[in-house]
Design a protein around this ligand. Structure first.
Ligand code: MG
Ligand code: ZN
Length: 219
């Protein structure tokens, strides 16, 4: 079921569990990020490309949320990090309870950073708090540049917006300045990184952003 406006009861219950997750993560000193995007924007690719750049410094865990299959989890596992797969069986977002059971299955004392790859969807993932330190949104430039105005909650809830597939910019009709201006109009605080998982452009900025935010949360 695709729920565009979740009920207050469900929202309140989810928020309670999200707070428990937050406490649990804090207690173990784990820094955590929730990655959200439309399907195919490159969340898994971003993890696969960038995790090897920090595994010498941090012990990393990834929770993979997918409606079906373990394909993304298998790709991420190859980087040598701890991976926990959630198959939602049709549900188009992760909620705090799903993360809660994942946290009970992971060895939290053995982790410094936890990435949660949400289900590819621009609507409900933004409505479900998971209890993490921050949300990151990926948008690929092969999507429409009018996304910010169409899915404002996603942009207002995110701390960082990553424009992926930036190497394709000259081949597509995507107005990057317009998309950035609209995102900033919705969320003036949002930080932006241009990136290409294919060429590696922007990966260093992404790593610096993670480390800077990590230190501000756990420093
Ligand atoms: Mg994926
Ligand atoms: Zn959903």
């Amino acid at each position: 079921m695709h729920q565009i406006n979740i009920g207050e009861d469900l929202r309140g219950k989810n928020r309670e569990i999200a707070e428990e997750n937050r406490e649990m993560l804090k207690k173990h000193g784990i820094f955590s990020l929730n990655l959200m995007s439309a399907p195919g924007a490159g969340k898994t690719s971003l993890l696969v490309k960038s995790l090897p750049m920090i595994t010498d410094r941090y012990r990393i865990g990834v929770i993979e949320g997918d409606i079906q299959t373990t394909r993304d989890a298998e790709r991420v596992k190859k980087t040598g990090v701890e991976v926990y797969q959630i198959q939602t069986g049709g549900v188009c977002h992760l909620d705090a309870a799903m993360i809660h059971s994942a946290l009970h299955s992971l060895d939290l004392d053995a982790l410094d950073i936890l990435f949660i790859e949400n289900v590819g969807n621009l609507v409900c993932p933004a409505e479900f708090e998971l209890g993490v330190d921050g949300r990151v949104m990926l948008m690929s430039i092969t999507e429409g540049d009018d996304k910010p105005k169409k899915y404002p909650l996603m942009f207002s809830e995110s701390r960082l917006l990553v424009f992926n597939k930036i190497d394709l910019l000259e081949h597509v009709d995507f107005d990057l300045q317009k998309a950035k201006a609209e995102a900033a109009e919705i969320n003036p605080e949002i930080e932006i990184i241009d990136l290409s998982c294919r060429t590696g452009e922007g990966l260093e900025n992404w790593i610096s952003w993670i480390e800077g935010f990590y230190k501000s949360c756990r420093g």
